[in-house]
Design a protein around this ligand. Sequence first.
Ligand SMILES: O=C(O)CCC(=O)C(=O)O
Length: 267
Amino acid sequence: MKELIEYRRDLETRGVTRADSLIPKSDVLLARDLIYEIASDHGHYSSNGWRPTDGRFVVDKPFRAALKSLIGSSRFPNLIGKPLVSFAGELVGAPVTALPPGQQILFTPPGAASWSVPHDVWHIDAARLGPLGPSGLQMFACLDDLEPQGGGTLVVSGSHRLFNGSDVIRSKQLKRLLGEKAYFRRLFDSKRDPITCLEETVGADEHVDLEVVELTGDIGDVWFMDLRALHAPAPNASRKARIMLTCRLPRAAVASRLLHPEAGASD
Ligand SMILES: O=C(O)CCC(=O)C(=O)O
């Protein structure tokens, strides 16, 4: 484990940090095996491995519904327990709370013909809160080993530091503002050459270093991302499914405002 100060420095400068082996392996294996079981019932997984799917980020509806009901069932362990929530609070420097619906499974089947940085699915999940300051964190836990180009979420490191003025800014509006900057104009350009190597994404806007970071890691590792950071799903060009668990962990003081960002915006 790194020192708390190092995680905090990463979050401040880059908007993402990874805490290795944060969730006990026995809990993660329990969750992972339940997902494998459902995947196997739905024909996605067998003794031959994972069945490839050639669509982009596609998961069939019955399987998606089965995952949703699994996570809502008492069989599935709560991986966002007190120790993790209080660790996230220490990273933020204020109490955080798990935003409904709590823990969610992110699943991407393998089989994408190629891997490249998308141009069109970048977003933030919750509006920027202007004068209320940073909203908190989103966590992404690896429920299985996750290699590069294996479907891990992509984050523009440094993007959380841009456009933190006095206004509430929603995702669409933020993308429009960012799109006026050269770095993001290229990232969002549907006609650009495919970016297949993350080194090609290293850049800057004024004094903010920018770079696309791919969330990869070993089973039990947990990424924390500043909720203001621009991020996107990615194709899975590996031979195994991408299985992560996510949960939004806003500062308790602004959690209700995140759900209703315009309420009291002029307070
Ligand atoms: O990796 C993914 O599937 C994307 C996750 C995402 O965009 C989100 O949770 O908001």
